[in-house]
Design a protein around this ligand. Structure first.
Ligand SMILES: C[S@@+](CC[C@H](N)C(=O)[O-])C[C@H]1O[C@@H](n2cnc3c(N)ncnc32)[C@H](O)[C@@H]1O
Length: 359
């Protein structure tokens, strides 16, 4: 399993004297679930970046090295004093594993390049006031042909951060489109290489990382990201940040409710489901929603990406079978884990069982 830099206290500046500031923050490095701290020593690099126009340039004002030690639950980071020019009103603090690369972007272009620790960027914060940055953390990824930026919230909200299965799904989608890497799913490939417009819907999309990545990788799809209303703000932020590609939109879709007619208007080609099987109580509603979508679009295929955390998740497969949604393809994708170990993420392509349809 990969580990994520998290802000326990978002960064803030302290003015030492005019034009000279220090920046401090408190971080942790945990799993997606937040249930384990990284138990391995890692050298971290912190970059203080001019945040006045972070979208167009990345001017590093100061870099410092810190050591995360196995057994620790948090690390205090303090940079400076740093001289800051009068034109700079905001700064951004980025923290990630020290690598040979000058940027701290996380490389998802190839499964072998994925680092154990996923870097994070703060929201821009003022150097004039001693106010902390917003409670957000941005992840920046290198994909095969594009770069992806996604905001998460700090804190432990399940929906408003990125999960491991999402990272594996993105790598798998790229590998499948480009016939590269370890994830080969021919049926998914032929669907992704469809000539016309590909209608995609993602269920439980959280921050939207998988659907937005696909929309950036392909130029011919229309992606509807769906989740509970609680992701509205973070999703709006991420949709605004996303690079040009295919069209994207967000709709509230609660698996416990009837589907909106708007969702069923156009035939769906691909349904994305990443890390949504962790809660056995919600599985009947999830499968009912998948069943309803595939009934209205019988040619649709469903890509499910999951990391098994407990045995109760097996119920998902029973429920899918009962709904005549059968596994057409499967693959295992690995992400790094501490001490050079590997973590398994399972990928499945489900489709409607045609023989049960004709019965
Ligand atoms: C573990 S998160 C995965 C988020 C994202 N797919 C990812 O992999 O990063 C599970 C998602 O399922 C969503 N979810 C849970 N119950 C739901 C329901 N009844 N209807 C719609 N979405 C739901 C949560 O809000 C959350 O965003």
């Amino acid at each position: 399993m990969v580990y994520y830099i998290r802000f326990l206290k978002t960064p803030r500046t302290q003015i030492v004297k005019p034009g000279l500031v220090s920046v401090s923050t408190l971080i942790s490095i945990t799993t997606d679930l937040g249930d384990a701290f990284l138990a391995e020593d890692v050298v971290l690099q912190a970059q203080l970046i001019d945040g006045t126009d972070i979208n167009t340039k990345s001017n590093v004002l100061q870099e410092s090295i810190f050591n995360w030690e196995a057994g620790k639950r948090e690390l205090s980071i303090s940079i400076g004093p740093v001289r800051v020019g009068s034109k700079i009103s905001k700064v951004v603090l980025a923290i990630g594993p020290k690598t040979s690369s000058a940027t701290l972007y996380t490389d998802l272009s190839n499964s072998r390049n994925v680092p154990l620790v996923i870097s994070g960027w703060s929201a821009p914060f003022s150097i004039a006031q001693n106010a902390p940055a917003e409670k957000l953390i941005e992840r920046r990824f290198i994909l095969q042909d594009t770069r992806l930026r996604i905001w998460e919230e700090t804190g432990n909200n399940i929906a408003r951060h990125i999960w491991d299965a999402a990272l594996a799904a993105i790598i798998c989608l790229q590998d499948t489109i480009n016939s590269s890497g370890e994830c080969s799913m021919p049926r998914l490939q032929s669907r992704l290489r469809t000539k016309g417009k590909l209608q995609v819907i993602e269920l439980g999309s959280g921050c939207g990382v998988v659907g937005i990545a696909l929309a950036q990788i392909l130029s011919n799809c229309s992606v509807t990201l769906t989740d509970l209303a609680e992701v509205d703000d973070i999703m709006t932020r991420n949709l605004q940040l996303s690079a040009p590609g295919s069209s994207t939109r967000f709709k509230v879709l609660d698996w416990e409710e009837e589907l909106d007619a708007d969702i069923l208007q156009e035939p769906i080609d691909l349904v994305l489901v990443s890390d949504c099987t962790y809660n056995a109580d919600s599985l009947p509603a999830l499968v009912k929603t998948l069943d309803r979508l595939v009934q209205s679009s019988p040619e649709a295929v469903v890509l499910v990406s999951l990391k098994r955390r407990h045995e109760s998740e097996a119920v998902f497969f029973d429920l899918m079978r009962q709904s005549a949604l059968v596994v057409m393809e499967e693959a295992v994708h690995t992400l790094p884990a501490p001490y050079l170990d590997e973590d398994r993420i399972e990928m499945y392509i489900f489709a409607r069982n045609k023989s049960s349809q004709s019965n």
